[in-house]
Structure formats: C-alpha cells, structure tokens
Write a protein that binds this ligand. Sequence first.
Ligand SMILES: [Zn+2]
Length: 345
Amino acid sequence: MCCVDVFDSGGINVGVGRKNILFDPHRKNKGSDFVFVSHGHLDHANVNSEGKYLMSAETAQVVKARLGKEPGSVQLVDTSTRLKVDDSTTMRFFDAGHILGSFQAMVENSTSVLYTGDFKLQESVLFGRAETPSADVLVMETTFATPGCSFPDRNEVYSEMESWIKTNLAHDRNVILGGYALGKSQELTRIASDCLGGDAVVVHPQVAGLNRIYEDFGVKLGNFIDSSGPEARKYCKSGPFVGVVPSTILGKGLKQGIRIDTKRKTVAAVASGWARFSNYLKRFGAERGFVLSDHCDFNQLLEFVEEVNPRKVFTHHGNSAVFAKEIRQRFGIEASEIPKKVLGS
Ligand SMILES: [Zn+2]
C-alpha cells in the first residue's frame, strides 16, 4: 500500500503522494492543496482558510446563507465529478445521506482513501442512505460509536410522531417540534406537513430560510409558513398549530409565550439522536423526545466498515478509540483514532 499520511490538525489532513488535502477545517489552511467541506454544519465548514475549496452546490448555498460569506475560491463538485489532483491522484465524491448536499470524498492514488464527515445509513423521508464505495483506507466519523447505542427504526419513529402530534391537536394543544436548524428541522417540517395533510406548518424564520434552500434544490418539504410573516400570527390564533423551531430556542419561555399569545396549551418535543438520554429532554423543557438521528448507531457504523471493506481504518469524533479497538478485534483490520499533530507555524 502506498504511503498515506492521516492526521488531525484543525481538520483532518490526508497526505497522498506529494499532495495534502484538508477535510472539514476548523482552522486556517496552512498550505493544503485542496480543502474539502463535507456539509454545511458549522463544525465542518470553516471557510476562513485560503486555498481551493471543494463542496457541493447545496453546501455552498447553505454556507453562504449561514455565514454570510463564501471562501474566495470554490470548485463545486457532485457525484459525477472526477477531479484531477495531480498526474497520479484523483478525487471522487459520494453521497453521505446526512443532510442536503452532504458528501464523502475518495482520494485515489495507487491507494484509495475514503473520507467521511457525518453520514448515515438509515433512509429518511428526505434522503437515501450513504453510499459505501470500496476503499483501501477508511477515515470515518464515529459520533455514536458507543457499544449498545442503537437507534430505533425510522419509520416507527415517524409513526410515533404522527400519533403524538394528532393526539395533541385533537386536545386543542399547539405542538412545537425542535431540532437542529439545518437538517433535522427540514425533516420535521416534512413530517409535520405530511401529518397535517395540507395545512401549513409554522416554522421559525431561520428554519424557513434553510427550508427554501432545500426546496430550491428540489427537496419537497410540504406546506409551511414563516412565523415572522404577516399571516402567521392570525393563523396560529385560529386553531391549534404545529411549529418547527431550532432546538436552541426551545424552552419554557417559548412555550409560555405561545400559550399566552394563542390562549392554548402548548407542548414540545425535541428530535435528535441525543434524545435517547432523558436529561437531553430536560435541557429543552420538552415533554417528548424522538430518537431521530442523521448519524449511524453502533451497528450501522460496523455495517459501513464491512461494506467499504478497507485494509486500514482511522476514526474521528465521539468514542473513536473504543470503536477503533472494536474494529481491530472484530474484523482483524488495522485501526486507530486519528493522531493529532501540531503543524509548524
Ligand atoms: Zn453534521
């Protein structure tokens, strides 16, 4: 296998041949040939660096909307792109199934290296599962790599949500659903819209802006209105409604405010992979939690490794050391968490 240098220094660095590529940076670029941004969540999308950025058109749009700026040099890529890095090295891109425009990247020299930012294998109401191309070296995200971490069937969660929403509306209660503004809130909008069968879902302005980007790229979210728009206040007073907000603003104050405004009891739920922990609900003052994750659970992470079938694995995020040990023991594959390196200034 050709020499591949993988290390973490303010982002994941992969050196193949004479080229260095920086993945999902959270520091200034220091001489990498290319900078790949896997998706628009801000812990993966520092665009303050110099250099040539690679990202999907969807991610570029999301980054611009969230940060109000773009990096100086962006090359848009998609799953048909075959990027020539140098005479002997190319890059290709694969669907990550995480959020709108989320990609994995493969660097191919005499050795192939697959990098994943966040990814998931469960199909959702919006997106399919991550692709699993074969690679010699796999650099993978392991956010939920704790043994025993298991996510329920997504369609069962959707059914539970629908039932919970309909029951509360039937009892004349407003329903507020909270999740990450980017990714989860769009899925919640679609779930609520399907549940309401044509009536509008009322969404926070931050969610509305991101919803529009999803729809611009052809992802249908159903009928929704911006809560800051002129018709929303009257609409919310006319009868029990379903709202979608970023979980960061979910809390007692929000529910009480809506209750006073609409003179109607208001209940809240939070949707996240972290909702499997009861203290997560308390943090947001939510009555219900729905375990709906855009990552893989423990077994899905193992399934991903099996399908990619690498000879070497590097893990990052979450319980990365524990998962690397699991890979070594279970598959007999060389595996370790990504070593950290301080680059010279
Ligand atoms: Zn993410």
